[in-house]
Design a protein around this ligand. Structure first.
Ligand code: ATP
Length: 315
């Protein structure tokens, strides 16, 4: 039916190499790495195969070129990524805390990413799109939220499908309007990919089973639940459940695991794989990505994931 498309932030990411609290002291940092949750998602999609495309904006600078080069190399159509000569590419700084948590400093509000518009290139892309994937993080930018709403209409009008990853970040805006936009998309989505307490939050009820039942009652057709180092599960409305035990890996940098998981799951489902097989690839994509520093440096092609699956023990 046409490519998988996502809309939202394309960022350059700088990562601290030591654990600690915050960025108030000098410390060793590495990067820039291509990043932004939607960009990571679509890069992993492109690497799996099947058509993939991105709607976003970068500045006319090296951070932008770094991202455009990477997306193109991963097979992603970047014809609807605008180059904004007036605003820089957005950026994100990540530091891991000793307790396993992490802090982000985002530089998005004044960047090109926060100034998306519905251009002729976006309209042309969406007139042929088969699937739209929405990252909750993108909804916190009003301009991206408006493009996403229109893109969702366009893909639905063609009989295409919709997936949503809540991707809630405490550092990004989560006002009442963003929550309302998010809830409206959840009600219309075919596939929801929450992690941790995002499941209950999206459903508005406590308890995993209750949340899943509520979401199916609201019309969601498939739920892929991410559990970090504990693996992942897929739930279907007929009561079927598939569990993917986690691959045992050395975690170097957890950022991007969920986005790679989602990119692989959506790409595999759209290639016609059943939920169980797609889940294996998705869990492998998430696990492989955490073994490498940089949010999308570990995204794997189908052949690389096959090698990873064959050679990595599972819990
Ligand atoms: P992020 O927001 O950092 O992108 P997330 O919270 O959305 O991540 P996770 O649950 O961390 O998503 O990771 C997605 C999937 O990747 C997990 O369900 C699991 O299958 C795999 N994964 C992630 N971390 C690990 C790990 N340390 N070991 C093995 N598998 C992992």
């Amino acid at each position: 039916l046409g490519p998988t498309v996502t809309v939202g932030e394309i960022l350059a990411e700088i990562v601290a190499t030591t654990r600690g609290d915050g960025f108030r002291a000098a410390q060793p940092l590495v990067g820039p790495y291509p990043s932004g949750a939607p960009a990571i998602f679509i890069a992993q999609c492109g690497r799996i195969g099947g058509a993939a495309a991105m709607v976003g904006a970068v500045g006319d600078d090296d951070f932008g070129r770094l991202n455009l080069d990477r997306l193109a190399a991963d097979g992603v159509d970047v014809s609807a990524v605008a180059i904004d000569p007036e605003h820089p590419t957005g950026s994100a700084f990540v530091r891991y805390r000793a307790d396993g948590g992490r802090d982000f400093v985002y530089n998005i509000a004044r960047s090109a990413a926060a100034r998306l518009s519905w251009t002729g290139a976006v309209a042309a892309l969406m007139s042929g799109a088969g699937h739209l994937h929405v990252m909750g993080s993108a909804l916190s930018m009003p301009s991206a939220a408006a493009v996403i709403a229109r893109a969702a209409e366009a893909v639905r009008a063609r009989g295409g499908t919709l997936s949503v990853d809540p991707n809630i970040r405490k550092e990004l805006r989560l006002d009442a309007e963003t929550e309302a936009r998010f809830a409206a998309l959840v009600d219309r989505c075919d596939l929801l990919l929450p992690s941790g307490d995002e499941l209950e939050r999206a459903a508005g009820v406590d308890g995993e089973a209750e949340a899943i039942a509520r979401l199916f009652a609201r019309g969601v057709a498939e739920i892929a639940l991410k559990r970090g180092a504990d693996g992942a599960s897929v739930f279907l409305p007929d009561g079927t459940r598939h569990d993917a035990p986690a691959f045992v890996v050395d975690e170097i940098d957890p950022t991007g695991a969920g986005d790679c998981f989602g990119g692989a799951y959506v790409a595999c489902r759209r290639l016609g794989m059943d939920p169980d097989r797609a889940l294996t690839y998705a869990a492998a994509a998430g696990a492989r990505n955490v073994t490498v520093r940089g949010p999308m440096e570990g995204a794997g092609s189908r052949a690389e994931l096959d090698t990873f699956i064959a050679g990595t023990p599972r819990r």
